[in-house]
Design a protein around this ligand. Structure first.
Ligand code: ADP
Ligand code: MG
Length: 705
């Protein structure tokens, strides 16, 4: 057991943060850089040169030998190209350590191996990384040594976004502009900047590394493709729990320390519903940093797990029949002077502003439910959303009783002039009762829940980047703010106009509010009556990216161009087809090389046993062996038939040329055959002698970490 460290001492020690910049940069340069970070002013080459040099000195003192432009291509994980700090040898045969402003600002990785969805023609493979100075550089330490990582955006030669960060930054700008218009309407003249705050809660599983290495499905696909549920009740045995705690506890301690050094404020950790499942939540940060930090959290969880002889599974559904993992994206809008626009506040005046913000969000979510659903679509999440698990694939908003009541009053009473303490208040809206932060019970089944001063979007997949969901939230709310501001800025009587607008939006978009049980079949039917989309799979979700509605939204606010959206749709189809292809081929490999041969041996053993018993004692009852033999042989035959069909359908899908059609073929033809192959194999696992089964079972994996 290592000694306990003081988080305050190590926090941010590997980050080129404000303190370090202040210490190491000449005052003028520091001020120039701050201007760029805070207001987006252009950075001069001179400033870049000085900053690069200071960064290098700081990094080298911390043992870094390399730097890398760290970026987030469309793969959903991070990528980088490392360069050493050394310069060309000098005449005396020595080298000096160099890092220029140019190298800091711009990189040119070989972009041809990253998905571009046709944006970058093959003859123009160039892509550029550009320094994002709003997310601090950091030093990553691992077996390869220490590397200075510079967060960057990644775009094509012609400026199209090839990554997840660029659109996120664009969406934050749009939200800032439109939210400021709303604030000004309410007389706020002091706030200068509005930023989305994000706190993503990360769920994950831990399994023993040695057992993991015996399962090709985990190695190649991150999830189990076969596996029968262990008998119920094992999870209650204290024996297992005791063992888990020790190992997982020391893992968590290490994870926290690594993250604190990187300036990631890992705050809460706890065991989740499923055995071997855990959760880590950071303190919220501005959306751009939160997205970067979530990537660091995922990387750190994986890296540290291996150090402790375990593997961290970030897949949305590593085990069938056991709860899957997701990411809860907590989102709010905060000004530079500390006002949270989603805080209901205590005074009626603030309530009016809050109510307008709230109904704008309802409008945004209702209108673009399909985009939110798409932002949470990844291959693994198909096993959660719309399957038998939380949250449902239907987007709806949970407000809690109190807020729902406020909205209903608004909608039904129209020109409400309820009096408070004897006086009649003017706006009607302001006469509504003050409401305190929602104290009603939490609704765990809602995909989008208002939780006091933030919205919690619970659909996101556990291994997915949270960039996209936040791009969508920022963009759709910016649009709603913009439309509201267009009306209110022209109004002769602001109080009346804002009252009417709140009422109008509330009435029109109330259908998106649902406080009941989101898992129930009744909700599926009710949602259908309300006309809410129920998009059950990733391939059905992707088209939302390129509707006229989406293109108009994103082009209006300069977040994506039509061709960027088309490329993202293309990349998503590709990703889906590739992932299912790998899963199917892994199943084929496991079934033909491991499972079927093992079962053949088991059948042979049964037959031999029957023969041996009968010849030793002809009167002996061998009906059990016979029954087992019959049952096993029948499942074996079914397995072989299903395997042949899966091979055939996978080949058929792989041969489809066009990306969308190929993805659909995998979805419609291959996925059902995967299920059909799994069924008899899982039955066989339950009847075949455990010592003959070719891989660790669910029980081994989940309960014996
Ligand atoms: P829960 O009850 O859902 O666990 P917590 O208060 O623990 O709620 O917060 C969960 C996550 O939400 C944390 O990552 C936290 O930092 C984040 N969070 C809290 N307040 C906000 C906010 N105003 N905006 C964005 N995220 C927030
Ligand atoms: Mg939560």
């Amino acid at each position: 057991m290592g000694a306990t460290v003081n988080p305050a001492e190590i926090f941010g020690q590997n980050v080129f943060n404000d303190t370090v910049m202040k210490e190491r940069l000449p005052k003028k340069i520091y001020q120039e850089l701050k201007k760029t970070i805070e207001n987006g002013a252009e950075l001069s080459p001179v400033v870049a040169e000085v900053v690069a040099n200071a960064m290098k000195d700081w990094a080298v003192e911390k043992g870094a030998t390399h730097y890398s432009h760290w970026f987030q291509p469309m793969t959903g994980i991070t990528a980088e190209k490392q360069d050493a700090f050394i310069s060309a040898p000098r005449p005396d045969g020595k080298t000096i350590l160099e890092f220029s402003g140019k190298e800091l600002i711009k990189g040119e990785p070989d972009a041809s191996s990253f998905p571009s969805g046709g944006l970058r023609a093959t003859f123009e493979a160039r892509g550029y990384t550009a320094w994002d100075c709003t997310s601090p550089a950091f030093i990553r330490e691992d077996a390869a040594g220490a590397t200075l990582c510079i967060p960057t955006a990644f775009c094509s030669y012609t400026g199209e976004a090839l990554d997840k960060k660029t659109p996120l930054l664009r969406s934050m700008e749009a939200l800032n502009t439109q939210a400021l218009r709303i604030l000004r309407l309410f007389g706020n003249t002091t706030s200068k900047k509005v930023t989305p705050s994000v706190g993503p809660e990360q769920e994950y599983f831990l399994v023993d590394r040695e057992k993991y290495m015996k399962r090709k499905d985990l190695i190649f696909t991150g999830r189990t493709l076969f596996g029968a549920m262990p008998p119920k009740g094992q999870e209650l045995e204290d024996h297992y729990f005791g063992a888990i705690r020790e190992r997982v506890g020391s893992f968590m301690k290490d994870v926290n320390e690594e993250l604190w050094k990187l300036g990631v404020s890992a705050k809460t950790q706890h065991n989740e519903v499923a055995p071997a499942q855990h959760e880590l939540a950071p303190i919220y940060a501005n959306a751009n940093i939160a997205v970067d930090h979530n990537q660091l959290i995922m990387e750190t969880l994986k890296k540290v797990a291996e150090r402790h002889g375990m593997m961290c599974l970030l897949h949305e559904k590593p085990f069938e029949g056991v709860n899957g993992s997701g990411k809860h994206n907590n989102w709010s809008i905060v000004t530079d002077d500390g006002i949270n626009l989603l805080d209901p506040g205590v005074t009626p005046h603030e309530n009016v502003q809050f109510l307008l913000v709230l109904v704008c969000i309802l409008k945004a979510v209702d209108r673009h439910a399909d985009l939110l659903r798409e932002s949470a679509a990844d291959v693994g999440n198909d096993h959660r959303l719309g399957a038998n698990e939380a949250p449902p694939a239907i987007v709806s908003v949970f407000l809690g009783e109190q807020l729902e009541d406020v909205l209903l009053q608004l909608i039904s009473t129209g020109e409400a002039t309820r009096s408070i303490q004897g006086g009649t208040l003017r706006t009607g809206v302001a006469t509504l009762p003050d409401f305190v932060k929602d104290a009603t019970d939490r609704n765990r089944t809602s995909p989008m829940a208002f939780t006091g001063n933030k919205f919690e979007f619970r659909m996101v997949g556990s291994q997915d980047s949270v960039a996209e969901p936040n791009v969508v939230m920022n963009a759709i709310v910016a649009e709603a703010f913009s439309e509201a501001a267009d009306v209110l800025e022209q109004a002769a009587d602001f109080d009346m106009a804002v009252h009417d607008l709140i009422k109008e939006y509330a009435a029109e978009h109330y259908r998106i509010v649902f406080n009941g049980n989101g898992y129930s079949q009744e909700w599926v039917e009710e949602a259908k009556r309300r006309g809410l989309p129920n998009i059950r799979s990733m391939v059905d979700a992707i088209p939302a990216l390129v509707t006229d509605k989406a293109v108009k939204l994103y082009e209006t606010f300069g977040i994506y161009t039509r061709s960027e959206l088309e490329s993202r749709a293309e990349i998503s189809y590709e990703a889906y087809a590739k992932a299912i292809n790998i899963e199917a081929r892994t199943m084929i490999d496991m079934a033909s090389k491991h499972i079927i041969p093992a079962v053949v041996r088991a059948v042979q053993k049964l037959a031999e046993s029957m023969n041996a018993v009968s010849s030793a004692c002809p009167e002996a009852d061998v009906s059990v062996q016979r029954e087992l033999l019959m049952e096993t042989s029948a499942y074996l035959a079914e397995t072989k038939r299903a395997l042949s069909r899966l091979i055939q359908k996978t080949d058929q899908a792989a041969a489809v040329e066009e990306a969308e059609q190929r993805a659909r073929t995998y979805h419609d033809l291959v996925v059902p055959e995967m299920d059909a192959l799994r069924a008899p194999v899982d039955k066989l696992e339950m009847i075949v002698d455990k010592s003959m089964w070719p891989m660790p079972s669910y029980g081994d994996l989940i309960f014996e970490v």
